[in-house]
Design a protein around this ligand. Structure first.
Ligand code: F6P
Length: 580
């Protein structure tokens, strides 16, 4: 449960709480309270609110954005919402006031309010792993009380944050010395998935604010090239490795950590060097100890933090090292502002709810298969890659919470590139192709590197693309320019292509936090509508298990092969090439 503690008040024992508990009961597959959640796995398409949306879609699908804008001169101001420093313009998807009302009704029917409350109250929403889903606790205010199994976890969160701050200050100031007495100049984060993409994205995004005497590097791939090229020009005496792994068992990270250790020991000629050059971020203290990292140099987190939601946990250590504790807390403040907005704002003004519902609208009613995330800011160049894990590992599911297969679409494919680069590659398809691509534009009013006219050129392009997608250029307008008839179809733009635009004043740590939380909660909103669990990832397991079976077959030249004929033939070819 979550509440704010009055200043100076002692933490109330959990037993004194009168707040409802939301713990999931496996026997009945319900959360226990409130009653709206007693049908968590209902097929949303059977709800009257879904059918009403289908009827409504029949009229919307024959409208054009040109007509919607012509009918309402204030459309571009009305279909907007603002929170935590982010302004959302959602006037360019095909929708009306009625659409928003009907989507809101669907969200209510699916128990979105109750699910939001349940998440913030520490309910074990991650049913298949029997875990609470409390990334919001990672950025709660220091005086908040959030209990998991009767324990207030916020003091634990701040204990780690305070240790991270002290450590970061030591490294940043040069007080932390490497084994040979040199200060640290290079940080290498060894992690993968959520233990890589979040910190990498945040480091790139906030590089403007980083201490330039320190450079962060990120090694994730088990391909040795990743490690080799990263450390090629690094001096081990000035290098600190962060082994970032929630489980501390992940094949790629463990392989890279062992290689890093060997590289360091070879470079410095002393096993004892590990103590000053390796720290760990994990929930698995025992495995960290076995690796040989001093528990004093381990920063923990908890099983109620999903990997792809772990950026604001100790997994963000590299970000704090780069930014310093103060700016890192600004980042957390941005997350918190969006969390509070998501928790409290009515659906019609709630940015994550609106964005989540728009994805449902376009995926399930228009049949859109894909969302392009298009940041017009070079610092956000890794943001689409980060979002790919957040969105698709969360909602790439085909069974509902009770295991019943869905008979409707769930997560669209997320992808993207920073503007304006994409304009010169894939935008052609968005404007004139046969696929319907939903676009999220992200831009800032101020550049962090104001040089000449660059920023006006950048933003003009972003606004122009959204305009072109929405309104297109009809054949008559093309012909009126004197274009020969045979060329007119080639130069016609149908328009009616949906986009939303997120605009903020400038890219700050707080704005980045708000942006990430916006997408996190949008993902959650979609999962609630689809009735799926956004917080497990069983789909990654089979490949891991099969790789475990193949590894010995590649190491041996003679072991009998018991895979399918294709895999066997490929292994034989690989063996032959390596023997030759
Ligand atoms: O393989 C998927 C996954 O479990 C992700 O969910 C996670 O972010 C990543 O692997 C890394 O896991 P860990 O932090 O435990 O090394």
């Amino acid at each position: 449960m979550m509440r704010r503690q009055p200043p100076g008040a002692a933490v109330a024992p959990a037993a004194a709480s009168l707040a409802p508990q939301f713990n999931y009961c496996p026997a009945t597959r319900i959360y226990g309270f409130p009653s709206e959640m007693t049908e968590p796995t209902i097929n949303p398409t059977t709800r009257p609110e879904w059918r009403a949306l289908q009827d409504h879609y029949a009229t919307i699908k024959i409208t054009h954005l040109r007509d919607l804008f012509a009918a309402d001169p204030r459309r571009g101001e009305r279909f907007t919402a603002e929170a935590a420093g982010l302004y959302l313009d959602y006037s360019k998807p095909r929708l009306t006031d009625e659409t928003i009302t009907r989507l809101g009704a669907l969200a209510h029917a699916c128990g979105l309010s109750e699910h939001i409350a349940a998440m913030f109250n520490g309910a074990k929403l991650n049913l298949t792993e029997d875990r609470a889903v409390l990334h919001v606790a990672l950025r709660a205010a220091r005086d908040t009380v959030i209990t998991v199994d009767g324990r207030n976890v916020v003091p634990d969160v701040y204990a780690v944050l305070d240790r991270m701050a002290a450590f970061s200050e030591q490294v940043r100031s040069g007080a932390w010395r490497g084994h040979t007495g040199k200060p640290i100049r290079h940080i290498v984060n060894l992690g993968i998935g959520g233990s890589d993409l979040g910190p990498l994205m945040a480091y790139e995004a906030l590089r403007h604010y980083s201490l330039r005497a320190l450079t962060c590097h990120f090694v994730s791939n088990v391909d040795a090239t990743d490690f080799a090229e990263t450390v090629r020009d690094l001096d081990p005496a000035e290098t600190l490795f962060i082994v970032a792994s929630k489980t501390f068992t992940t094949l790629e990270t463990m392989a890279n950590a062992q290689t890093a250790r060997a590289w360091l020991v070879a470079g410095l000629g002393d096993e004892a060097a590990v103590a000053k050059h390796f720290v760990a971020v994990s929930t698995n203290a025992a495995a960290v100890g076995q690796f040989g990292i001093d528990p004093a140099n381990m920063f923990g987190f908890w099983d109620w933090v999903g990997g792809r939601y772990s950026l604001p946990s100790a997994i963000g250590l590299s970000t704090m090292l780069a930014l310093g504790a103060e700016a890192y807390h600004e980042l957390l403040g941005g997350f918190r502002a969006m969390d509070e907005h998501f928790r409290t704002a009515p659906f019609a003004q709630n940015l994550p709810v609106l964005m989540g519902l728009l994805n449902v609208w376009y995926s399930n009613f228009f049949g859109a298969q894909t969302v392009a995330v298009l940041p017009y800011d070079q610092y956000l160049r890794r943001f689409p890659a980060y979002l790919q894990q957040l969105t698709m590992e969360s909602n790439g599911k085909a069974v509902r919470r009770d295991g019943v297969p869905v008979d409707y679409q769930t997560c669209p494919i997320f992808w993207g590139e920073p503007g304006t680069n994409g304009q010169h590659s894939f935008y052609q398809l968005i404007h004139q192709g046969t696929k319907l691509v939903v676009c999220d534009f992200i831009g800032f009013c101020h550049s962090l590197n104001p040089l000449g006219e660059h920023h006006n050129l950048l933003l003009a392009n972003m606004l122009a693309q959204a305009e072109a997608m929405a309104f297109g250029k009809p054949g008559e307008a093309v012909a009126a320019e004197g274009v020969p008839a045979w060329l007119v179809p080639h130069r016609t733009f149908p328009g009616n292509r949906p986009s939303s635009t997120i605009l903020a004043d400038r890219l700050t740590p707080a704005v980045l936090g708000a942006l990430v939380a916006l997408y996190e909660h949008s993902v959650f909103t979609q999962s609630v509508i689809w009735g799926i669990n956004a917080f497990d990832q069983w789909g990654v397991e089979l490949g891991k298990a099969l790789a475990g079976r193949i590894i010995p077959d590649l190491a041996s030249a003679t072991s009998p092969l018991t895979h399918d004929s294709s895999t066997n033939a490929l292994i034989r070819r690989y063996r032959a090439a390596r023997e030759g």
